[in-house]
Design a binder for this molecule. Structure first.
Ligand SMILES: Cc1cc2nc3c(=O)[nH]c(=O)nc-3n(C[C@H](O)[C@H](O)[C@H](O)COP(=O)(O)O)c2cc1C
Length: 360
């Protein structure tokens, strides 16, 4: 069963920001856990439940605060930038058809077709282009969200640099500036997005090891002791994954795996018309139930690499969590914490269900 999503795909990004959240997130009921905080540590912060909402569906403090009130003890504020970027035009989210339970790379490269309704198991594509307000606008709002977190909860500030075509040095500098701006809000954990598939580029930044290393170093120099995690995409090649972890494992405190699986999405079965209109939007990020295998595979392999190298690097599992059992599977594969986007959007009770099943 799918609930009314708290981020409404039938409205534009701007209207969601102005009017949301919706459905169960629109009421004022607060879910409280009347127990001592357990020993769960999320990047140095005590949390009741190491579970929450990944970067994306919480675009401002109204959404973040409600997520915290509904039992999501980790709430990631949607990725921001160092300057204004207009979000892609509506629609930004559509349901997609997948032939089986899981999306494999062959099917993704052949292209998917838009579905007519949102249903269980939930499978969508999203394409926002990581729109952002000016820092003068998002900084006070992010600070408001950060300050709202109660004991046992944490708000993560997520950001990414903008490549303005001025060369790699400037791009890395923009990451450094982004880190400073997020740090100024008082965010106790900072997420660096290196894996956005929606900017019309074929190669994701996270596959460029040298640049990732530079960014990680500069970001950490900027934010000091504040824990940082890097948001990565799926790595098919295990030695490249291992090399990356080796490179950044003593610089940052965590990795979040994965973002989405990029795929072409069409509105028609003959695959002639792209589902999301506009240049560079044929490919967008598939998320929800069919990508769970990929997030879990990255957690499992990541755990082995981290343990073999003797690193103290937390692994945050993301992708396809729609039930309490999905959460538990990620934990048993070695995830220190688990985040979800799509599953939470269509099930605002997910954190409460996980808490009641596994922590009472
Ligand atoms: C509506 C929406 C917006 C998203 N925006 C971002 C974003 O701004 N930054 C980011 O790092 N990931 C973004 N993502 C990706 C999610 O954080 C997550 O990695 C991905 O959706 C896989 O998790 P899921 O299967 O639980 O949705 C977005 C996802 C959704 C559904």
């Amino acid at each position: 069963m799918v609930h009314t999503p708290f981020y409404d795909p039938n409205k534009s990004y701007e209207d969601n920001m102005a009017e949301g959240p919706f459905g169960e997130f629109a009421n004022t009921k607060v879910y409280s856990k009347k127990v001592e905080i357990r020993k769960n540590k999320f990047l140095g912060q005590n949390v009741f439940l190491p579970f929450g909402i990944a970067a994306g569906p919480l675009p401002n403090s109204n959404f973040v605060i409600t997520a915290l009130e509904k039992g999501f003890d980790i709430a990631v504020y949607k990725t921001v930038r160092t300057g204004f970027v207009k979000s892609h035009s509506w629609p930004n989210i559509v349901p997609v058809k997948i032939s089986g339970e899981s999306l494999n790379f062959e099917e993704a490269s052949e292209g998917l077709v838009q579905d007519s309704e949102y249903k269980t198991p939930i499978a969508i594509t999203n394409s926002f282009g990581v729109g952002s307000l000016e820092p003068d606008e998002w900084q006070p709002d992010m600070k408001k969200a950060v300050d709202f977190a109660k004991e046992g909860q944490v708000v993560v500030g997520s950001f990414q640099g903008t490549n303005r075509g001025e060369g790699i040095k400037k791009f890395i500098e923009d990451y450094r500036l982004g880190a400073r701006l997020v740090h100024e809000t008082g965010a106790k954990v900072i997420a660096v997005n290196l894996s956005c598939p929606n900017e019309g580029k074929s190669n994701l930044l996270c596959y460029d090891r040298d640049t990732v290393f530079q960014i990680a170093k500069e970001v950490k120099e900027e934010v000091g002791n504040t824990p940082v995690y890097l948001k990565l995409a799926y790595f098919e090649n295990n030695s490249e994954y291992a090399e990356l972890i080796k490179e950044i494992g003593n610089i940052v405190e965590g990795i979040a795996v994965i973002n989405t699986i990029p795929a072409k999405v069409y509105s028609d079965e003959s695959k002639t018309t792209q589902a999301l209109p506009g240049e560079g939007r044929l490919v967008s990020g598939i998320c929800g139930a069919p990508i769970k295998w990929a997030g879990q595979d990255m957690v499992k392999r990541g755990r082995e690499i981290v343990d073999d190298l003797g690193l103290n690097l937390q692994i945050i599992g993301v992708g396809g969590v729609t039930t309490p059992d999905d959460y538990e599977e990620y934990r048993s594969l070695g995830a220190d914490a688990v985040l979800c986007a799509t599953g939470a959007m269509w099930n605002p009770f997910l954190a409460q269900q996980i808490w009641e099943k596994f922590n009472n």
